[in-house]
Design a protein around this ligand. Sequence first.
Ligand code: GLN
Length: 476
Amino acid sequence: MDIRNLTVASIRDSLLKHEYSATELAGEALRFAEAENGRTNAYLRLSSDRALAVAARVDEQIAKGEDPGPLAGVPVAIKDVIVTKGVITTCGSKLLAKFVPPYDATAVERIEAAGGLIIGKTNCDEFAMGSSNENSAFGPVCNPVAPGRVPGGSSGGSAAAVAQGTAVVSLGSDTGGSVRQPASFCGVVGVNPTYGRVSRYGLVAFASSLDHIGPFARNVPDAAALLRVIAGRDEMDATSAPAPVPDYAAELNGDIKGLKLGVPREYMQDASGDTALRINEALDRFRQLGCEVREISLPNTKYAIDVYYVIATAEASSNLARYDGVRYTTRADVNGGSLTDMYRATRGEGFGAEVKRRIMLGTYVLSHGYYDAYYLKAQKVRALITRDFAKAFEEVDALLAPVSPFPAFKLGEKINDPMQMYLSDIFTITGSLAGIPCMSVPCGNTRDGLPVGLQVLCKHFDEARMFRIAHAFEAK
Ligand code: GLN
């Protein structure tokens, strides 16, 4: 078996035909992940015991003629901001280097209940803050398809794991683009579902009004299969939506002829030459598929980065206050100093530069006298950005855009220039602020062979249509 070519459906088929067992597959996935990791640093640790335990259960179910579940035997990698009971979860931070969660995230629980094999925890930017994976306390991840370049971030390890083929699917988190952007840099599919579609119980909070858990896969059907398993109301997360979860697989092959697709003018203007070239070819392809492609305007796009960096940092400063050296974290030794000394030393030594930058900015925009001018104002502009999308969806069924203005950049290229780094997300942040489903689907390479991602954005809870559009394109 070559793990790199497996899909959710092919694994199920092979297991049921007894071509190999889930235990054999788990062993092979773990061995391959270990062997590849020196090249990419995609995994922070493997979770062999868990993977092998679920594999044994799947094999037993198959032997008894029971249904082993929709993700039976599928090797899954989990971003290290999603908690796993008994398996260290660091969030890419020195501060949590020894944190062993006492419970599983709902998404993790649902994956294992569906027969998925959790093979390991993946590297990421510290607390999911970053666009290149270079903010991890445990070293950067190298892009498996573009050596010497970043895999994107913050879910760089999860994107790399799927791109190199050590996992068939993986989970990341997306707050401003952290699933879509690394998916586009690594040439895989990455999905940011509707806000509320997937329970965030067990996702370590960064910016609560923007955080999502989302799947990576090598094709749209696999991403849809994983979303189906993790989506739906969860009593443990009050922000999870009660909306019914459609059978995405059943709707995947529907006709897209006659659909009206909008292309936001403001995005195309800022895309690099090669990116624009590939996106324009994709638009032609949609015309050939019988869609009506037309330009539209999302006029408030220009405020998105500013709004995001006020709201996300404000929420982060509040969420990250819990790392006080008393709970969760490694405590700094202050040798008889005061409680305040201990807080200061723990946080001073534990957090990296980018996280500190954001906590300071966020504390500032929430402080008395500045709250109205920054935080409240940003919330109002966020409403305008959301309204831009609502208006667009009165005219068109979905939007098409680039994911990132440029392809994977070189390791070290932007790390000393936070503004340049923040600009990586100008096309992804808008969808996050509006809470709509959006995804990246591979759309060819630049002339230098670097993957380009096409972004598909739909109305709230319209993932089925989004998948159908992306699948029609990938199946071309
Ligand atoms: N790159 C963006 C940031 O640094 C988005 C991160 C994310 O989606 N988690 O905030």
